[in-house]
Design a binder for this molecule. Sequence first.
Ligand SMILES: Nc1nc2c(c(=O)[nH]1)N[C@H]1C(S)=C(S)[C@@H](COP(=O)(O)OP(=O)(O)OC[C@H]3O[C@@H](n4cnc5c(=O)[nH]c(N)nc54)[C@H](O)[C@@H]3O)O[C@H]1N2
Ligand SMILES: Nc1nc2c(c(=O)[nH]1)N[C@H]1C(S)=C(S)[C@@H](COP(=O)(O)OP(=O)(O)OC[C@H]3O[C@@H](n4cnc5c(=O)[nH]c(N)nc54)[C@H](O)[C@@H]3O)O[C@H]1N2
Ligand code: SF4
Ligand SMILES: [Mo]
Length: 741
Amino acid sequence: MALTRRDLLKLAGAASTSGPLGALAPFFRPAGSGAAAERKLVTCCGICDSVCGMVATVRDGVLTFLEGLEGDFSGGGGLCGKGASGAGQLYDPDRLKYPMKRTNPNKGLEEDPGWVRISWEEALDTIAEKFRAALEQFGQESLLFVTRPAPDIWMRFMNAVGVVNRVDHLDECYLTDRVIQRYTTGGKSWCNDFENAKYILLFGWDLLAKTKLVYANGIVQAKDNGAKVVCFNPQYSATARFADEWYPIRPGSDLAVALAMINVIVSENLFNREFVDQYTNFRQYESQIREHFKRYTPEWAAAESDVPADAIQRIAREFATRGPAIAPAHKKSLCANYANATQLVHAISILNLLAGTIDRPGGRYFARTIPIPTIDQIVPPPAYPAKRGRRVDGKDRLPLVLEDGGGLFSTLADGLLNKYPGMIQAAFFNNYTILGFPHPERMAKALATIPFLVVMDFLPTDTALLADIVLPSSIYLESNDLVPREYSAKRPQVVVRQAVVPAMFETRSIGWVALELGKRLAPDYFKNPDGTWISLSAVLDEKVRRAGLANSFAEFREIGMVTREQPFVPRTTFNVPGGKCQIYVPQFAERGGEPLPVWRPKREQPSPEYPYYYLTFIPAVHRRNTTQNNRILNEMFPTNAANMHPLLATRIGVKEGQKVRIRSRVGAIELPAHLTETLRPDCVLVAHGFGHRSRYLNTAGGKGARDSDLIPDQTIEEMVAAGNFAGAASIMDAVVNVQAV
Ligand SMILES: Nc1nc2c(c(=O)[nH]1)N[C@H]1C(S)=C(S)[C@@H](COP(=O)(O)OP(=O)(O)OC[C@H]3O[C@@H](n4cnc5c(=O)[nH]c(N)nc54)[C@H](O)[C@@H]3O)O[C@H]1N2
Ligand SMILES: Nc1nc2c(c(=O)[nH]1)N[C@H]1C(S)=C(S)[C@@H](COP(=O)(O)OP(=O)(O)OC[C@H]3O[C@@H](n4cnc5c(=O)[nH]c(N)nc54)[C@H](O)[C@@H]3O)O[C@H]1N2
Ligand code: SF4
Ligand SMILES: [Mo]
């Protein structure tokens, strides 16, 4: 994987002029970088869903600087550390550069795959041949796609082939919220209207240190506007420091607090009567609701959560009466951390309904977007084949999850190893890695049982080490696309994503792979009506035209962004059965759940063997498992540590920097202790995203430990038994032992 001289120059060019590497410039400055042709291109960041507008400076074909787009509401004209350091990702010398196949038949993280470079032609032909053979011999259920449901041509490919087993990470993130919201409010209410909120209740979400700028900027503005911020978190997080009140809640017990707050608000009749009477089913089920929550007293909740009863009572009253109040939606903290997340998300949805701010100023809005036609609308496909076969992740046992479409990372290993061994004959991993799964060691073992595995990534990850064929992916800075903003209700917007440089080496997009595999495996679905092959750029042009953005993508590229300002009209009928938001959800009862949220403890409780709670977090300057090899970001945050309170350190007899062994029922890791008073003394906190083992990751490889080695994966039966009917992965639900090494 040697670099050419030209590549090195490109690399050097990026390094010498981008801000954070300035200090290294003398070592990297390329010859003759004097008089240069410079261009500025408007595009958007692709690292998180904030999709901040940005301006790329490109000099002599080399990306030299990324900065925020002035006037863009999403990034507020700025970029976070990850966004600004994109050049470190683009010019990562370890990038996968061309397709490769393994020559060592033995698979394992310690095995050298014996990679040999092959052509795209050979790679695509081999994949098509293996997939066809699996389909013919073993049927649709024998293919596994571990990938997001995007882009639309990739979905078209999977539909055309009849893929039954597509699995994605949503159970680790927002699946539970999406399932619950479908029946309580009628959709994803993710546009948190912080600017009009006067009371903000945060169950864990550390949004200031997560740097989704659109939200982080929003809450700062809220406080400037006089909002009160209350934060529950076992950690004295960045957001906790910013909040007016912070409670070091016991891990996994937010549900108790939320249930008790509902009790206070309902029994004292403090809810927003106008909204609740008109737009929810409260009155229809009033007696059941009142009766149900009575048992959840603030005193009971205090005993479960360590949040004082009088605080719970007062915060509940304030939340109901000092609004507009919001308990914002955001992904993992609420939805995926613990096995009781299904109940927690339902309870929080009820709190927002009682405050009367769903799709109202200061609350959770539904997104208003500019619709962009899909490829299937532009070039209608022949009828897709019916999907027949068993679900390897077992999600057919959770009816509400099954109808949602998302997948289950957390049960995949059990499916591959125990439930359906041998069922999966060929698999395609795109844009995912085993480090994002609970218990990656087990996932690696499970993947090694699949006879033919393709991994598409931009880096030679641990997962790529297990692949039979590795495909090099281009990244967001090398792609052309239209990106609708999902977090904006008041300003429907589409922003351009454009390749600021041509795709490096032989990297390709997943859309291109979909088309090429489609031509080989399901050609009828990839033709225009006149019999010619579909062209990705023609489809993009047509999307631009039909969405009314411009006459072509080239023209839209010049425009950069289209906003359709429109007066905000609050929703009065909701997309739920009966048209009214549901506090009491009869459909949950019909499909294996409870109509009202009930108390359930988290999965794992401290015991004499494992006395401490285990917590993980994502550092502000990293994107989960993607950016640790980015030299700029690695310099800022190179590795992880075992964060613990000095009291805990004293108890186990360790000092700052001394190595400790953290052990759970499924694994053990060793890390240096970092002493901090910002954590409950019964918790150990470890940053996610480290512990890459691939020897081809020269910057991140071998640094730190995999936090998820301590986190058990689960079986579908465990999820059913835990009442986890909206599919939470329980991605933080572990208890551990800590000892000096
Ligand atoms: N920089 C950066 N930002 C990101 C991302 C990224 O990769 N990098 N990813 C984005 C994505 S996909 C997501 S889902 C979000 C995740 O956003 P967060 O959920 O805020 O992410 P984490 O860093 O995992 O934060 C976990 C926090 O939850 C606290 N916590 C743990 N257990 C409990 C509990 O029982 N109760 C309460 N109240 N708090 C608890 C932890 O102490 C920690 O502060 O971040 C988004 N923003
Ligand atoms: N222990 C633990 N596990 C967690 C979490 C946690 O906090 N703790 N957080 C959970 C959450 S909230 C989420 S959202 C998930 C998500 O996690 P993922 O969405 O899986 O994100 P990453 O873990 O960063 O893995 C992304 C992979 O895609 C690759 N990649 C990046 N860009 C591209 C690209 O353009 N093309 C291709 N082909 N590949 C690319 C990266 O190199 C990496 O291997 O992780 C979850 N898992
Ligand atoms: S918040 Fe940071 S990572 Fe997310 S889109 Fe904006 S600049 Fe990119
Ligand atoms: Mo997430």
